[in-house]
Design a binder for this molecule. Structure first.
Ligand code: IDP
Ligand code: MG
Length: 149
């Protein structure tokens, strides 16, 4: 089972899309194993997006992420990283496929609603940054025999 870090960014929270966004991952068949609502510190935001520190959009990106609460989640499943990225859609919402979260709810790259880890390796690092292992739950779902073969 692979795990991936998903964030509902401040625009998703403010636009009251927490429920609809979580529903996309639930309907996909991914399993929720961690969930919390947090006001992100600038320090955490900078660490999470450290790879983008040299980009021109870094400052507005950090301001965006700390502007209102974020829902941080860990979802698990086979190839969870890739499955979640496809459910989220392309970085630029106008290029995202209809049916994806960004394709259905977004307009601009700086308000693209959701973060998802981009590789299994980065998922491990990001999950460790946002969650203590004790905050993650291990459980069996009865429905999984109808989702996983
Ligand atoms: P991703 O979220 O699809 O993985 P990344 O390239 O890792 O996309 O960029 C991280 C985040 O930085 C994006 O989700 C978006 O919020 C923001 N971002 C990326 N490119 C731009 C840009 O050109 N202008 C403004 N914000 C950007
Ligand atoms: Mg990324």
């Amino acid at each position: 089972m692979e795990r991936t870090l998903i964030l509902i960014k401040p625009d998703g929270v403010e636009r009251q899309l927490i429920g609809p966004i979580i529903t996309r991952f639930e309907q996909r068949g991914l399993k929720l194993v961690g969930l919390k609502l947090i006001q992100v510190s600038e320090e955490l935001a900078r660490e999470h997006y450290a790879i983008h520190a040299d980009k021109p959009f870094f400052k507005p990106l950090i301001e965006y992420i700390i502007s209102s609460p974020v829902v941080a989640m860990v979802w698990a499943g086979p190839q969870a990283v890739q499955a979640a990225r496809n459910t989220i859609g392309s970085t630029k919402p106008v290029e995202a496929t209809a049916g994806s979260i960004r394709g259905d709810f977004g307009m601009m790259v700086g308000r693209n609603l959701v973060h998802g880890s981009d590789s299994p390796e980065n998922a491990v690092t990001e999950i460790a940054l946002w969650f203590k292992e004790s905050e993650l739950v291990s459980y069996d779902r009865a429905i999984d025999k109808w989702i996983l073969e």
